[in-house]
Ligand binder design. Structure first.
Ligand code: PMP
Length: 282
C-alpha cells in the first residue's frame, strides 16, 4: 500500500515515524476519515474544512492547502485502487523532545494519510445494532476531532464488553453522542439530535442527515434530550462516515419502538444513498 508521509508517497514498509512525534506522546494532533464510494471521495470538502477547523482550534497550522490535501486523498484512492473504503488523514504537532508546551515554531507538523478498502457494514445498516449507555466523562472540547480518544475508546470498549456495538454517551442523563458517531431520535415524526456545540463532534453525516430532513420538510429539533426520553423514542439511530445511518434496536437491552429498524430510519437511509457519488437511480 502507498502511504503519504512527510510530503512523499511511500510504500508502507518504508515508512518511518519518530517515537518523539507529539501525536504518539500526547495525542497532540487532529484527524479525519473520508468515505470512498466506488473510487469517489464523499463530502471531501466538508471533511477537509473540519480538519482545518480542528487544527485551528488547537493552534496547529497544516502545511498544505485544502486543495493539496484533496489532491493527496485522490491520489491515494487512485494509486491504491480503492473501491469502497476510506481515506485516513492526520496531522500532529511534529517531532520534538517530550515537554508539554508547544515546540519551537520551526518544528514542522507531521501529516500522514492512507487509503484502505473497507466494505459498507451492510449487516448493521440493515438489521440495526444494540447500544449501551455510558457516562460521558470526556473533556469539554468534543467539537475538536482530536487524536486524544481515550474517553471514546473506554466508552466503546465498555459497550463491546456488554455485547453492544456503540455507547450512548450521556452527561448527567443528557445524551450527547456515540463514542464514534452522532445520535438521533425520532418521536411522533419529529427528529431530535444534540445541538452542535462543544459537547459533540458535528458529524459530516449528521449534517447531511439534517439537510435531507429539512429538504423533505421533516421537523428537526437540535436540542438536548435525556436518556429517559431516548428510551421512549419511536426510533433511534446513529450516524457516522463509516456506519452511515445505522438503526439502533435497543438501549441497555430495552427495545426501542418495535425493536427493529423503523420505517422512518429506513426511508432516511434510502434518501442518504441518493447522495453517494456513485449512486445510480433505478
Ligand atoms: N462523533 C464522534 C466522537 C466521532 O468520532 C465521529 C466519527 N468521526 C462522529 C461523531 C461522526 O462524524 P462523521 O459523520 O463526520 O464521521
Amino acid at each position: 500500500a502507498i502511504y503519504f508521509v512527510d510530503g512523499q508517497f511511500t510504500e508502507k514498509e518504508n515508512l518511518k515515524i519518530s517515537v518523539e512525534d507529539r501525536g504518539y506522546y500526547f495525542g497532540d494532533g487532529v484527524y479525519e476519515v473520508i468515505k470512498v464510494y466506488e473510487g469517489e471521495l464523499f463530502t471531501a470538502e466538508e471533511h477537509l474544512n473540519r480538519l482545518v477547523e480542528s487544527a485551528m482550534k488547537i493552534k496547529l497550522t497544516i502545511p498544505f492547502t485544502q486543495q493539496q490535501l484533496f489532491g493527496i486523498a485522490k491520489k491515494l484512492v487512485q494509486d491504491n485502487q480503492i473501491g469502497t473504503g476510506h481515506v485516513y488523514m492526520q496531522v500532529t504537532r511534529g517531532v520534538a523532545p517530550r515537554i508539554h508546551q508547544f515546540p519551537d515554531p520551526t518544528v514542522a507538523p507531521v501529516v500522514i494519510a492512507y487509503a484502505v478498502n473497507n466494505p459498507r457494514p451492510e449487516k448493521a445498516i440493515g438489521n440495526g445494532v444494540p447500544v449501551k449507555s455510558v457516562a460521558d466523562v470526556r473533556w469539554l472540547r468534543c467539537d475538536i476531532k482530536s487524536l486524544n480518544l481515550l474517553g471514546n475508546v473506554l466508552a466503546k470498549q465498555e459497550a463491546f464488553e456488554a455485547g453492544c456495538t456503540e455507547a450512548v454517551l450521556h452527561r448527567d442523563g443528557v445524551v450527547t453522542e456515540g463514542s464514534s458517531s452522532n445520535l438521533f431520535g425520532v418521536k411522533d415524526g419529529k427528529v431530535y439530535t444534540h445541538p452542535a456545540n462543544n459537547l459533540i463532534l458535528n458529524g459530516i453525516t449528521r449534517q447531511v442527515v439534517l439537510k435531507l430532513c429539512r429538504e423533505q420538510g421533516i421537523q428537526v429539533e437540535e436540542t438536548p434530550f435525556t436518556l429517559d426520553e431516548a428510551f421512549a423514542m419511536d426510533e433511534f439511530f446513529l450516524t457516522s462516515t463509516t456506519s452511515e445511518i445505522t438503526p439502533i434496536t435497543s438501549i441497555d437491552g430495552r427495545p426501542i419502538g418495535t425493536g427493529k429498524p423503523g420505517a422512518f430510519t429506513v426511508d432516511l437511509q434510502k434518501a442518504f444513498a441518493t447522495q453517494f457519488p456513485a449512486f445510480v437511480p433505478g
